[in-house]
Design a binder for this molecule. Structure first.
Ligand code: ADP
Length: 614
């Protein structure tokens, strides 16, 4: 195989790589062995027939001594008891993996989308795996034994590993790290050894094998002894977390040993080596027989975790999991690719093929992992089915998103007065959002109860954003006040509804003061905390007199500005309130249609910017 392919950005076809060559060699060797065995049997049969003693097929006759039949039940009972005791012990030490042949894996690289540079690195790693002989023998390199896939759940780590095995045409041995754990002493290590043995066997037979250990941190967490060295303080994020699992020293050691086991000789080679040693004892040095060197098994172990920082450092050294690939939540372009991929496979109305709809979907699924996007579209199909349709539309996707993020609608009966207050409250939020937050898209406005929310306004960024300006934070605080202020304007007083809005506004104002240096002080109250935006920030800012004054100033000012705005746009609040009372829920463009019909100017037209609070 050409060594140039190792640097190629595309995948080398498995059949042309070393893996394919080795598999073909093994296939031929198996055929040769079969021919030898069958040939021998045939030769014996022919020889006996020629000698006039042909082999006759039939049941062998067993002549039991007289009286032996009386002991038979007792013997059977003892044998069964023995089995009952021995079988669980043997089973407890078996490898708990599931093995898939490449033909059983329905995932290829084209099915893993939206991963960007991670995919390129995976292709490079796989090329190295496929060309392992060239790399080892012609170039003198040591092939990569293991890589770590790190990232939140549902980001495609298992999916990608399966695709790698399918593309390479090698078996895939999947195991969840927690399945190694056993209640019997020493069995965990036995199971790990059995897993690696199965990997070596599969790799030798098929030219390579990919092992996947899910949640590897469950058994390979940093060993306590390693962190207890005096003077080395644990990082605070580890110290404060109750869910950090400590590795069991013996288990981590076993993993380390097994990672070096790929060069171990097979049983056949060991026997051959042993025989050669015995024979060599009788031979002079210059006539010694040569031992055959062990052939390393071509194995790639992939460890998946969402907490690489918790792993034992010894596992991350060169020759072990020395390369780590980060599977992040997809960015907007990635989400678009994933949406395109799944929408191509799920029934939908032509409207969802429009560029702007797809872009909108990609924008509103910010923070979603690929599996969440897949699930969202499945949920949308369920909504369509419930409605007697066989293809999802935009409304179904919106409903599905609400169900996923907030929960199912709960059929509760509000009193007419309560309904009116809730509708006014939500309309207040929406009107303020429309007026002060030009970059936000109003998605859903609802007075249907879901989990703790009596009603809601869902809005999202129209663009993928990683930072916020001061005006945007102020606008968010103002949106929070929209509900309370509308209640006051229309009913003379506010009820208990705005409680959570006030909490959200207070948190934001505290961050402006204590973390972002946006109001009053440049001192960061966050510096004394355990991490960004920890819960203690609010307490620290509010405990400080000047901090609290600043927060109150921001909130008062925002509320005042919102009151002025809503007073000027009462007609918009009334229009949305009435629409909500009639329809219960308005989705996307329906909100804008009501606003426009009520005389609001076009979106982005004369929307006033956020009032200059603070
Ligand atoms: P992880 O192992 O990271 O927890 P999985 O690989 O098990 O996540 O992903 C779960 C499911 O999500 C997959 O079976 C697949 O259907 C879908 N999925 C995840 N990532 C992708 C992706 N990049 N492209 C397409 N589908 C994906």
């Amino acid at each position: 195989m050409d060594a140039g392919v190792l640097g190629a950005g595309r995948l080398v076809p498995a059949a042309q790589a070393d893996v394919g060559t080795v598999r073909e060699e093994h296939r031929r060797r198996r055929l040769r062995r079969l021919a030898v065995v069958l040939g021998t049997v045939l030769a014996v049969l022919v020889a006996r027939a020629a000698a006039g003693r042909p082999v006759r097929l039939g049941r062998p006759a067993i002549d039991l001594p007289p009286g032996a039949a009386d002991y038979l039940p007792g013997v059977v009972l003892v044998l069964m008891l023995g089995l009952v005791l021995v079988v669980p012990l043997l089973a407890a030490g078996r490898s708990p993996h599931t093995q898939l042949q490449p033909s059983e894996i329905g995932v290829r690289f084209d099915d893993v989308v939206g991963l960007g540079v991670v995919r390129d690195e995976v292709v490079r790693t796989l090329n190295l795996f496929l060309a392992y002989r060239t790399f080892r023998e012609r170039m003198g390199g040591t092939p990569r034994r293991a890589i770590l896939f790190e990232g939140p759940p549902g980001t495609g780590k298992t999916h990608m590993a399966k695709a790698m095995a399918a593309e390479a045409g090698v078996p895939f041995l999947f195991v969840s790290a927690s399945a190694f754990q056993s209640m019997y002493y020493g069995q965990t290590n036995r199971k790990i050894r059995a897993f690696f043995r199965a990997l070596r066997t599969a790799a030798r037979r098929e030219g390579g094998a990919i092992g996947f250990i899910e949640e590897i941190d469950a058994i390979a967490g940093a060993r306590r002894g390693m962190r207890a060295s005096p003077g080395v303080e644990e990082p605070p994020e580890r110290r404060h977390r109750a869910d950090v699992r400590d590795g069991v020293p013996g288990v981590v050691n076993e993993l380390l040993v097994q990672m070096q086991s790929f060069d171990e000789p097979t049983a056949g080679r060991r026997l051959h080596g042993w025989l050669v040693d015995r024979v060599n004892r009788f031979l002079p040095a210059h006539r010694h027989l040569r031992k055959r060197p062990p052939v390393p098994a071509n194995i790639l172990v992939i460890g998946a975790t969402n907490r690489a920082a918790d792993l034992d450092p010894a596992l991350l050294r060169p020759g072990r999991f020395d390369r780590s690939l980060h599977f992040d939540l997809p960015n907007r372009a990635g989400r678009r690719e994933i949406l395109d991929y799944y929408l191509a496979r799920k029934a939908h109305v032509p409207e969802l093929d429009k560029e702007e709809r797809r872009d909108q979907l990609a924008a509103m699924t910010m923070g979603y992992s690929p599996v969440m996007i897949e699930h969202l579209l499945d949920e949308a199909l369920v909504w369509a089915l419930r409605d007697g349709r066989d293809a999802m539309d935009w409304g179904d996707v919106q409903q599905a998103k609400l169900t996923e993020e907030i929960g199912l609608a709960q059929p509760v009966e509000y009193t007419p007065e309560e309904r009116r207050i809730i509708a006014t409250h939500e309309a207040g939020h929406a009107v303020v959002a429309w007026l002060v937050a030009g970059s936000r898209q109003l998605e859903v406005l609802s007075i249907v109860k879901r989990r703790d929310a009596l009603g809601l306004l869902a809005h999202s960024d129209t663009e993928e954003r990683f930072t916020r300006t001061r005006s945007e934070l102020l606008a968010a605080i103002q949106i929070s006040f929209g509900g309370m202020t509308a209640e006051e304007l229309f009913f003379g007083e506010a009820g208990t509804g705005p409680g959570s809005d006030l909490a959200a506004a207070t948190r934001l104002a505290c961050q402006m003061v204590g973390a972002f240096g946006m109001a009053g002080t440049l001192v960061s109250f966050e510096a004394a905390g355990a991490g960004p935006f920890d819960a203690g920030l609010v307490t620290r800012v509010l405990a400080d007199d000047s901090g609290r004054r600043e927060v109150e100033r921001i909130l008062e000012r925002a509320k005042h500005d919102v009151r002025v705005l809503l007073d000027q746009h009462r007609h918009l609040v009334e229009a949305l309130r009435d629409a909500l009372l009639t329809h219960d829920e308005l989705i996307g463009d329906e909100i804008l249609e009501v606003l426009h019909a009520a005389g609001a100017t076009a979106v982005g037209g004369e929307r006033p910017g956020p009032a200059a609070g603070g």
